[in-house]
Design a binder for this molecule. Sequence first.
Ligand code: ATP
Ligand code: MG
Length: 465
Amino acid sequence: MLSPKQIVEALDKYIIGQDEAKRTVAIALRNRYRRSRLSDEMKEEVIPKNIIMAGPTGVGKTEIARRLAKLVDAPFVKVEATKFTEVGYVGRDVDSMIRDLVEASVRLVKSKWEEKVRVQATAAAEQRIIDILAGSPRHEREEADQQLSNLQKLFGMFGNQKSTEVATVSEEEKAQKRFRREQIARDLADGKLEDRNIEIEVTEQNTGNDQMIAMGIDINMNEMFGGLLPKRTKKRKTTVKEARRILENEEADKLIDMDEVIREAVDKAEQDGIVFIDEIDKIAASGAGHGPDVSREGVQRDILPIVEGSVVNTKYGPVRTNYMLFIAAGAFHVARINDLIPELQGRFPISVKLNALTLEDYKRILTAPQNAIIKQYTALLEADNIHIEFTDDALNEIAAACFNANETSENIGARRLHTIVENVLEDISFNASGDYEMLTVTIDKTYVLEHISGKKNENVNKYII
Ligand SMILES: Nc1ncnc2c1ncn2[C@@H]1O[C@H](COP(=O)(O)OP(=O)(O)OP(=O)(O)O)[C@@H](O)[C@H]1O
Ligand SMILES: [Mg+2]
C-alpha cells in the first residue's frame, strides 16, 4: 500500500500541478488503509470522507481519476453522471455503478487467484497438449473405460478383465509410449511445436443471452440455474500456442474456487471500493427551470442513497455501499457546488479546487508527463524515420499560443495543446512516408509561428475534443 507521498509522486508523473487535489486524494486513499487496521468495532464507525473536485475544463480532473485507477490495488469504477440523465435512463440504473464496481472487484480478485494457480494450470495444460500430440487423449481413454465398465455392470460381469485395451498393452508398448511423450515434452519445451495445428475441446461459456443483455437485464443464467444448463463443449482447431492459452485458462478456472472469489470480491468492493463520478456538475440544476432540470435533480436523488450508504442487489448478492469512497468531479462553470441538492453536498464533505493552468504548466505538460504530447508525436514520427526535436523557444511559443487562445476564445485547458501541436506538425506528418533514411528535423520558434499563424482562426476548432 502506497503512502500519501508515494501516491502524489506517482500522480506527478502524469499530472502537472494540481498539488492540492493530488494531496487530498492521496490522503483519502491512505485513510482506507488506515481504517483497515482498526478493530472491527472501530471500523464500523469510520466512514470515508468523500471528495468533490471542482475546476475548469481540461485541467486534469478526469486524468487524475484515470491515473488513480491504475495506481490503486482497489476496485475502481469511473462513471459519468450524465449517463443517468440520458433518455430512457432517468430514474433507474444508478445501481449499475455499484454492479460495475463489484464486477471490477471480481476481476481483480480472480486475477490474483489466477496468479496463484498459474504454475499448476500451466502444467495441467501442458499435459493435455502432450496427450493430444501423442494421440492418446486422456478423456478418450477414460471414456472407453467408462463405457466398458457400464456394459460390464449391465451384464453382470465382474472381475479383473477391466479394459481390454489396457490388458493387451505390453510393457514394451508402454515404454515406447512413454518415450514418445518425453520426446514431445522436450520439443514443446524447446518451442518447436508452437505453430503445429491441433484439435482441442473447449467448454463453451453459457452466460445469459445477448438479447437480455441488450435489454439491460443483468442476470447471469449460470448463476440462476446453478449448473443446470448443460455445459457444451466444442471442438476447435488451433495452433499449440493458442491452445496453450485456452487450456491454461480452462485449467485455472477448474482450480479456482469461484464461491470464495466472489465472497472475497464483495468484501473488497464494500471495504475498499472507489467510485469516481465524473461530470457531476452536469446534474446540478443551475438556476430555475423546468424540463431537463427536473430529471437532473431526479438523478441526484437517485444517487443519494448510494452515496449515503445502502444495499444494492447484484448478481453476486447484496452489496453495502456504506464504506465505499466516492470522488466526484465537475467543471462547475455554469452550475456551482451549491446548486447540488443539500443532502448530496453534505455527503461530500471535502471539496478541492483545481486551478486553471498557467503558461508554465502548459509548457511542462508538453514534455514532462510520461505520456507527454511531444513524446507521443516524436515516437509516432520516428516510425516514419523522422526524428523531431523542439528547441526551447519553440516549446515556449506553443505554450504561449495555447495560453493566449484559451484566454481570448473558449478556455478548453490543456486539450488545446493537442490542437496546436497537431497544426505545427501537420506538414511533416503529411509528407513523412518512411522512404528515406532517418532524418532529424529541428523545430524552432520561427517554424512554430509560421505553422500556427494564419491557421489560428480557421483551424483552431478542428481537433477540439
Ligand atoms: N494538469 C495536467 N497535467 C497533465 N496533463 C493534463 C493536465 N490537465 C489536463 N491535461 C491533459 O488534458 C487532457 C484533458 O484533461 P482532463 O480530461 O483531465 O480534463 P477535465 O479536467 O476532466 O475536464 P472536463 O471538465 O472537460 O471533463 C488530458 O488528456 C490530459 O492529457
Ligand atoms: Mg473530465
